[in-house]
Design a protein around this ligand. Structure first.
Ligand code: MSP
Length: 460
């Protein structure tokens, strides 16, 4: 049965061009979206940019632009990067979209009307880099634990959301929906912290104005995370809420697993089904950091061995929930040893043989060695690396089949038929990961006259 599937990425801060970390989540969503399309589901895939807040305002000021001019100059870089990576999203939301701003104000009003907001004074620490509040004990020598920058002490009037009130409801949610936060090992940390107790959340600011005004008190603008999280709801295509899964990085799990469901509970909107927090990439074993030159942007990523090899590497090298280390050499090795030597080789040998001998329809016994059920289960659990392992195990089987049956000696058309059909199935299963190459293979092997084509993956 055709299902409605709604998949999201975080919306990115457009304060610099996108890098591999942004690409990673966006590609994961693309892979899952494509997998669902293969299965005939009705997919809606949302991505976008998170454009308000102090961080954007400050960066814009540094380059002498208004915040809006600044974000307008960066948004095309994100769209362009996704195009180059072959990311086929359905909608790109910007938090400066009027439609989004309207929804945020409506929800703020609702939360206010139902008594979950009160005016108070916030006194504490705020890291603009994280756009997050910290307590003294979170800091390291008065510095942000993530950015290591000196942290601002804030004291300003602010509206507070009664997050503390939702502690029990959240714990019940995690208990009754053990798959709400994934991977499960990350859920534990969140649950333990929620058990320790929740402070009410400051959701408005008065010391700058790049944001959405609170409809009931125009001196205040909404806290950027309150604004940003609502994108998932304001950007949803009609009939697609709740989201099936929000893909995010582990660093922003707390916002998604605690603030987000609490806000939705407050206004009585259905909760998303799953939140999956993936790991972080390091670059040559170091934290990706612009200041130290350890950053790899999307153009650089693609230039190493092409789009498909980049997409393939990111999801084959490391399980989706784990941290991974990126290195150019590791990507090239996988390009050469797996895409070129295994997949490329199979495609080129079989196409050449079919061109020479043709094929004859028969029962495809070879394909029975492909564990389709397992692949489906692995996809549903977002175990993309294991999906690829399964497919490549089958590619190995096909290569051995060619080797053992020696169709170049026998000219056996039935063997060639089995191989051709198996390759078409491989191309279909690989389409979410390497769409461009898969489409080439499909076209080549569905043609009336199958020919040995150009080399798919040139060795580097
Ligand atoms: N704007 C917020 C998200 C709001 S969602 C309602 C934000 N933006 S971000 O641009 O800073 O980061 C977005 C995503 O990129 C996060 O999921 C983060 O985990 C991911 N990554 C940033 N660097 C990364 C790596 N080095 N490796 C993997 N993912 C990384 O946070």
């Amino acid at each position: 049965m055709k299902k409605k599937i709604y998949i999201t990425t975080p919306i990115y801060y457009p304060n610099d061009i996108p890098h591999i970390g942004h690409g990673y989540t966006t590609l994961a969503a693309d892979i899952l979206a494509r997998w669902n399309k293969i299965n005939g589901n009705d997919v809606f895939f949302l991505t976008g940019t998170d454009e308000h807040g102090k961080k954007i305002e400050a960066t814009a000021e540094r380059v002498g632009k208004t915040p809006k001019e600044f974000v307008d100059s960066l948004v095309p870089k994100f769209k362009d990067a996704w195009k180059k990576l072959n990311v086929d999203y359905d909608k790109f939301i910007r938090t400066t979209d009027k439609e989004h701003e309207k929804v945020v104000q409506q929800i703020l009003q609702k939360v206010f009307d139902n008594g979950d907001l009160y005016l108070g004074e916030y006194e504490g620490f705020y890291c603009t880099g994280c756009e997050a509040y910290y307590t003294e004990k979170d800091l390291e020598d008065g510095r942000c634990p993530i950015h290591k920058t000196k942290i601002e002490k804030l004291r300003e009037k602010s509206y507070f959301f009664k997050l503390s009130k939702y502690q029990d409801k959240l714990l019940k949610l995690y208990r009754e929906n053990p798959e709400f936060i994934l991977p499960k090992k990350r859920a534990k940390e969140v649950i333990n912290r929620v058990k320790e107790g929740l402070n009410d959340l400051s959701i408005s600011r008065t010391s700058f104005d790049w944001g959405i005004e609170l409809p009931f008190d125009k001196k205040h603008i909404a806290y950027v995370w309150f604004d940003a999280l609502l994108n998932y709801y304001s950007g949803a295509k009609k009939g697609f809420w709740p989201a099936n899964v929000h893909f995010i990085g582990k660093d922003i799990l707390w916002f998604h697993a605690v603030y987000w469901p609490a806000i939705l509970m407050s206004v009585g909107i259905e909760l998303p089904k799953k939140i999956f927090a993936h790991g972080w990439w390091t670059f040559d074993k170091e934290k990706i950091s612009k200041s130290r030159g350890k950053v790899i942007n999307i153009d650089e990523l693609i230039s190493i061995a092409g789009v498909d090899s980049a997409r393939y590497f990111l999801f084959r090298a490391t399980p989706f929930g784990e941290d991974g280390d990126f290195s150019e050499q590791a990507l090239i090795d996988r390009h050469n040893n797996e895409l070129a030597d295994k997949l490329g080789n199979l495609v080129s040998r079989v196409s050449a043989l079919v061109e020479k001998y043709g094929f004859e329809k028969t029962e495809n016994k070879l394909i029975k060695k492909l564990n389709a059920k397992k692949i489906e289960e692995l996809f549903e659990g977002y175990e993309f690396d294991k999906v690829l392992n399964e497919i490549f195990a089958f590619i190995d089987i096909c290569n051995e089949y060619v080797q053992n049956k020696k169709p170049w000696e026998t000219g056996d058309k039935k063997i060639l038929y089995e191989l051709k059909e198996s390759i078409l199935e491989i191309a279909k299963l690989l389409w979410p990961f390497i769409p461009e190459s898969s489409e080439k293979i499909t076209k080549q092997f569905s043609a009336k006259k199958i020919k040995k084509g150009e080399v798919l993956f040139k060795k580097i």
